[in-house]
Design a protein around this ligand. Structure first.
Ligand code: TXA
Ligand code: MG
Length: 376
């Protein structure tokens, strides 16, 4: 029902279930004329402590006034987000950043990172001030903050004049949305407005970096790569959580991204193939097991050799060339959603190397996977 009622750029949604509270309006703001209208409407809603779907360069966010407990609680409710998973606060300038930090003080060690990567897909942990309600950080003494690059969301935060808390705008546990239509599918009836700013450029979420510890730690790999961060003075020793070390105590705590809860998963079970060799053998083996149940199988491709389907009902979707991980990152969540929407019973994914954006891609895929195949 949702799919048939969705029109690409300007549409109304209403969830066909009891308890729907909103007609969800999806407003294209990429074109002349609608930009001002969209921003005005979104600012009006934010001022009323409503929440709005917003485009960012990484994934779509579900934004609300970060200084309002009431608005932030609506974010948790609409996403069905576990109450101990803290949110990222979005700012539109360094002066707005300062205004929410204790003593208006930006930690000095962050300055080279801010120069290099802000605005952009890098989230940093800062000491939390009293201004930020506890519900945003789930009681943590730190707050995650980022300055997004997308011009629509920058303009929106600037016009609103206050920081905006925004998790990814998916139902908790599902793949993050990289198109406005993904937000509508997950949250229709639950929010009043989605600003459609087109496809997200980066396609995976921001990197979450804690520079307040020695050595600094990448808690979640994302749009700014490990290689880029390591090249910044003071961050040569940065470590990647789960790749370079793990910490049982830390995993019990809420702030460790994606540790405690299932993430990024479509409805169909995901089988991730991580072997360097014999990808086709593995795919065929899995496919023939599945054939017994005569199920349609989706394959997310990152290589280009032709796959032998052997008469199986296989739906292929290319994520791009695995040697260009930025392309794969851009397509990843969309690909998972497309195959899920095509009614496949399983989704097999060809893994890629864990360098550059490949680290974030493989992090998301391992969390989404029901099964990981590492040898033929
Ligand atoms: O690119 C992004 O970061 C997108 C766009 C919308 O900005 N947002 C996003 O938010 O991915 P979300 O809520 O889906 O993921 C935020 C992650 C969570 O895994 C959370 O655990 C972590 O950031 N986080 C938030 N506050 C934290 C804190 N104080 N300490 C450690 N991790 C924190
Ligand atoms: Mg998320």
């Amino acid at each position: 029902m949702l799919r048939s009622s969705f029109q690409r750029h300007h549409c109304l949604f209403q969830k066909a279930v009891l308890g729907a509270r909103f007609h969800t309006r999806c407003l294209s703001v990429g074109e002349q004329g609608t930009f001002a209208e969209g921003l005005e409407e979104a600012v009006r809603l934010l001022k009323e402590d409503q929440i709005v779907g917003i485009p960012t360069e990484t994934v779509y966010g579900l934004g609300g006034n970060a200084l309002s407990e009431k608005a932030v609680s609506k974010i948790f409710e609409a996403k069905n987000r576990p109450p101990d998973n803290p949110l990222i606060v979005h700012v539109s300038s360094l002066s707005m950043l300062k205004s929410i930090l204790p003593n208006n003080d930006i930690p000095k060690l962050y300055l080279p990172l801010l120069n290099a990567f802000w605005p952009g897909p890098l989230t940093l942990l800062f000491p939390k001030s009293e201004l930020i309600p506890d519900i945003v950080t789930c009681g943590q003494p730190t707050v995650a903050i980022r300055f997004p690059k997308h011009p629509i969301t920058q303009a929106l935060i600037e016009k609103f004049g206050k920081p905006v808390a925004a998790p990814s705008a998916n139902t908790s546990g599902k793949p993050s949305p990289t198109l406005a239509e993904h937000v509508c599918r997950d949250l229709s009836g639950k929010i009043p407005l989605v600003l459609d700013g087109g496809a997200c450029n980066v396609g995976v979420e921001s990197t979450v970096l804690n520079g307040l510890t020695v050595p600094p730690v990448i808690l979640r790999p994302g749009g700014i790569t490990y290689e880029q961060i390591r090249a910044v003075p003071g961050f040569e020793d940065v470590r990647v959580y789960q790749r370079d070390f793990s910490d049982k105590e830390m995993e019990k705590k809420p702030p460790t991204p994606g540790m405690k809860y299932r993430h990024y998963a479509p409805d169909a079970p995901v089988i991730l193939v991580e072997c360097d060799e014999g990808v086709e053998d593995t795919l065929q083996k899995i496919a023939s097991e599945i054939q017994n149940a005569s199920a349609k199988v989706g394959v997310l491709r990152t290589s280009s050799f032709p796959l032998k389907h052997r008469g199986l009902p296989v739906v292929e979707y290319s994520l791009g060339d695995g040697n260009h991980p930025d392309q794969v990152a851009r397509e990843l969540f969309k690909g998972l959603r497309i195959l899920d929407g095509s009614g496949v019973k399983f989704i097999i994914v060809e893994g890629i190397k864990e360098d550059h954006e490949g680290l974030a891609v493989m992090n998301r895929l391992r969390k989404a996977a029901d099964k990981i195949v590492t040898s033929v």
